[in-house]
Design a protein around this ligand. Structure first.
Ligand code: ZN
Ligand code: ZN
Length: 269
């Protein structure tokens, strides 16, 4: 009997060319798996797409004096050409920049909001008085409080690998102009992850085919206790927030990009 096999391949960030590591690590193994199942007579759907949002894109655009749109269009085209030349047999390779993806994201966001799994709350955000804007995590640099690396960013330290937030940095400054940021309150939506903790834990414990280190890592992460997480940001590049009064903010890329597997499948169907 024929099986239905869904293959969701990692979405590359559309801010630079692919290298052999991408192909060997993600795309070639997935393609071999897809071709094997098609040969076996199974119904395969293999999707992926370019991740077009997030600050790696806007930073790259600013470095090159281009718009984020120009950057993602350039690399999306390049990736499509790579898949064609290499013969990677996607059923659909799309992007997070489509109206369909924004629609599916809004649908999930509003469903969670209506069911009480998303809450509004205020958070302290770095603001550059010279650039006159809120600074995303990666736009703040300073010294790492753990290893004293002077080029740590507001999201993590590339030297010791510790996740950080901008307020923890020693002598934080705006990456664009060097001014120390002020911390101002800004209203955001938070996903109530603790509400899902018990059922996630139960589900993860039933997984028998995961690698032991992945299983242990996930279990210890869940057992430590999940926290509410902000899913909107003070930026203008990304999927708009479908709520009045939030026109100057966008849905945070970590919430929206993973929805791509579902939105791409809907686009294909
Ligand atoms: Zn600045
Ligand atoms: Zn460090």
């Amino acid at each position: 009997m024929s099986e239905r096999i869904f293959i969701g391949v990692a979405w590359p960030y559309a801010n630079g060319s692919l290298h052999l590591g991408h192909i060997a690590g993600a795309y070639l193994p997935a393609d071999i798996f897809a071709r094997y199942h098609r040969t076996k007579g199974n119904e395969v759907l293999m999707v992926s797409g370019s991740d077009q949002h997030g600050t790696p894109i806007t930073l790259k655009a600013e470095q090159e004096g281009k718009t984020p749109d120009e950057i993602v269009t350039k690399y999306h085209r390049e990736y499509l050409e790579c898949w064609q030349k290499l013969g990677i047999s996607f059923d659909l390779y799309t992007s997070t920049g489509t109206a369909n993806h924004a629609g599916v994201t809004h649908d999930i966001f509003l469903t969670l909001l209506n069911k009480g799994y998303i809450d509004k709350s205020s958070m302290s955000q770095p603001y550059c008085p010279k650039c006159q804007r809120f600074l995303p995590d990666r736009y703040v640099e300073g010294t790492c409080p753990y290893c004293r690396f002077p080029g740590a960013r507001g999201d993590q330290c590339d030297q010791c690998g510790k996740p950080l937030n901008a307020a923890e940095l020693i002598e934080p400054h705006c990456r664009q102009c060097g001014t120390p940021p002020q911390f101002r309150e800004s209203e955001h939506f938070f996903l109530k992850l603790p509400a899902f903790q018990d059922r996630l834990l139960e589900w993860v414990k039933q997984q028998t085919h995961w690698r032991q280190n992945v299983l242990n890592f996930t279990l210890s992460y869940l057992e430590e206790g999940l926290k509410d997480r902000a899913i909107t940001r003070d930026i203008d590049w990304g999927v708009p927030v479908p709520v009045a009064g939030f026109e100057s903010k966008r849905i945070y890329v970590w919430f929206e990009a993973v929805i791509g597997y579902l939105s791409a499948s809907k686009e294909w169907a």
